[in-house]
Design a protein around this ligand. Structure first.
Ligand code: MLT
Length: 411
């Protein structure tokens, strides 16, 4: 007998998009060692952790080295001290009541948005916006929910909801019933946002069709305009139909430190084959207690400092810094006559490729001639073909340099 693999893994592309880009960029750098490459591909931050966070982190590490204050396993769901800060600062001021057992601390929105599908049956129909953060799609492929990819680059059993220039990047409600709906707003990769009214249509749809919305709000800190919801629970009735994912990566620089959380309201139910209702919160709790041992104590203590006045001040400075980069990118590319989206309520800028180039051609051109790395839009799904994503997360100096180099190209 030989070991049999999970053949669903054979249905996914051999490389995760950001690994693929890294490999190409590394090869390019090896072939051209003297070239100074500016990375605006993966959405990784460059500003350091806030001082207030580092201080709390250091203090908590010291506690762990002292027998009197040492802590072993913490609660799998996270410590109450952090959960209470989240509820008090992120939700209560927006009029959203959450109970502590509705918030689950984790090591990343990527992990949670990838893992959440496990608690749902394989027969559910899954809808994703297109282009889309690849984790939602690929975690469902691995689970066996999507079937193989067709010639059109779409998994046959997934429902794709195009977000394109034609519809202003606003996803239209599905025409066939769907059970699970992944929404990410402000959107990765297009950088566009939904208004309260637009998101409310999805909440209404989910209520009418007994669907569940998996709402990724990892970029909410970048919202600048009024009338853009920071949480899906600002929409009436969302508690019964939505799970929300949040992250400290993009607002507080935790990409390398890892801390995030997921909100699973007690009202949410799913059904077994006999039609009996079951609490989604209990299922997620059951999943986490079996497979996850919680985020470390020092990290959770450090995360609390995000909410301190000093932490907030530093975080806001970083967000302003990145949003200044975003407007530099937008303006520079617009001045070159390119069609540019996003970058107003989000750190991502979504650029239409010039001269009818495809996404990878534009990627190669930018890498070869400007030594700037973007992410080819097609890596986020078929409707991303003909676009490229740039991030505002690099330094101001590099952002300006990148724009100067791009402006010298013959686009
Ligand atoms: C991205 O570039 O899309 C994100 O950085 C990926 C992530 O947050 O996992």
């Amino acid at each position: 007998m030989a070991v049999i693999i999970n053949e669903n893994y054979l249905l996914i592309k051999s490389n995760y998009i950001f690994s693929e880009i890294n490999q190409r960029v590394e090869k390019y750098q090896n072939d051209n060692p003297d070239v100074d490459i500016i990375r605006m591909g993966i959405g990784d931050v460059t500003r350091p952790l806030p001082r207030a966070v580092v201080e709390k982190f250091t203090e908590a590490v010291q506690e762990m080295g002292d027998a009197k204050s040492f802590r072993g396993y913490g609660p799998e769901q996270g410590y109450d001290f952090l959960i209470n800060e989240i509820i008090k600062n992120d939700y209560a001021p927006r009029g959203i009541d959450l109970a502590p057992d509705e918030v689950f601390i984790s090591d990343g929105a990527k992990c949670d948005t990838g893992n959440i599908q496990e608690i749902f049956g394989l027969l559910n129909t899954v809808a994703v916006t297109d282009p889309v953060y690849p984790v939602y799609v690929e975690s469902n492929v691995m689970a066996g929910r999507t079937g193989p990819m067709g010639d059109d680059g779409r998994y046959q059993k997934l429902v794709y909801i195009p977000c394109t220039e034609d519809n202003g990047f606003v996803p239209e409600l599905p025409t066939t019933p769907v059970d699970l709906i992944y929404l990410c707003f402000p959107n990765n990769p297009t950088g566009t946002a939904l208004t309260k009214e637009q998101l409310a249509q999805w909440v209404d749809y989910a209520r009418e069709n007994n669907s569940i919305i998996l709402f990724d709000a990892a970029y909410e800190a970048y919202i600048r305009e009024d009338n853009i919801p920071h949480s899906i629970y600002e929409i009436e009735g969302a508690r019964e139909v939505a799970i929300e994912f949040r992250s400290f990566s993009k607002n507080a620089g935790f990409t390398g430190t890892r801390c995030a959380f997921t909100v699973v309201p007690q009202e949410l139910v799913g059904f077994d084959g006999e039609g009996n209702p079951h609490s989604i919160n209990s299922l997620w709790n059951r999943r986490q207690t079996t497979k996850f041992n919680g985020v470390s104590y020092p990290i959770q203590m450090a995360t609390c400092a995000v909410y301190s006045p000093e932490g907030q001040k530093e975080i806001n400075e970083s967000i302003d810094y990145y949003m200044n980069n975003a407007s530099i990118i937008r303006n520079s590319l617009e001045n070159l006559g390119l069609r540019v989206y996003g970058g107003i309520n989000s750190p991502y800028i979504w650029v239409k490729t010039p001269q009818a180039m495809d996404s990878w051609q534009f990627f190669d051109l930018l890498l070869d001639e400007a030594h700037v790395v973007g992410t080819p839009g097609v890596g986020f799904g078929p409707s991303g073909e003909g676009y490229l994503r740039l991030t505002a997360f690099n330094t101001l100096e590099n952002t300006e340099k990148a724009m100067e180099r791009i402006s010298k190209l013959n686009l």
